[in-house]
Design a protein around this ligand. Structure first.
Ligand code: PNS
Length: 161
């Protein structure tokens, strides 16, 4: 049987319940999801790659067939290295579209064998992203229900009670 693995890349700085929802949905379509922490040159991360990996591992430990990893350099090279042909990205609102469309097309021009598959997040998480979570935590607002417990703790360590 052919094992279909898909790569779900992102900054995951930090992982939110929206990301976890996308992973769960992707697991219904693919045999294995490789969650890959990468660096977006446009963003300065709050958490180190190691911290982001740890939070992802802890929050996906109850899910079968999820691997958490990180990559440096081009996403396409990493996807090929993992013998996968699929990139998963979550889509929330129209505001995500320009960014995602450009990248999916550029990746397709560079390698026509690799497809980007978009997964729509649950309605409840449409407004949610890592940046807003960090902003709320920075000003000591409540982030419960938006992120897994381990992320709540890590944010508290960073910003205090
Ligand atoms: O969660 P993000 O910040 O939207 O994730 C963006 C990420 C890390 C997936 C993206 O910046 C990326 O793919 N970086 C690696 C460099 C690369 O391959 N860029 C693609 C140019 S088409």
């Amino acid at each position: 049987m052919v094992m279909r693995a898909a790569v779900y890349p992102g900054s995951f700085d930090p992982v939110t319940n929206g990301h976890l929802d996308v992973i769960e949905r992707a697991l219904k379509i693919f045999d294995k999801i490789i969650v890959a922490v990468g660096d977006n040159p446009g963003k300065k991360p709050l958490f180190s790659t190691q911290e982001r990996i740890e939070m992802l591992k802890e929050s996906t430990k109850g899910m079968k067939n999820v691997e958490v990893d990180s990559f440096l350099g081009l996403l396409l090279d990493y996807v090929k290295k993992k013998n996968s042909k699929v990139i998963i990205r979550g889509l929330r609102a129209v505001s995500d579209f320009d960014f995602e469309f450009q990248r999916a097309l550029l990746n397709r021009v560079a390698d026509g064998d690799i497809e980007t598959v978009f997964i729509m997040t649950k309605e409840n998480y449409v407004y949610l992203n890592s940046s807003i979570v960090k902003e709320i935590a920075m000003f000591h607002g409540r982030v419960n229900g938006l992120v897994p417990k381990i992320v709540e703790e890590k944010l508290r360590e960073k910003f205090g009670e």
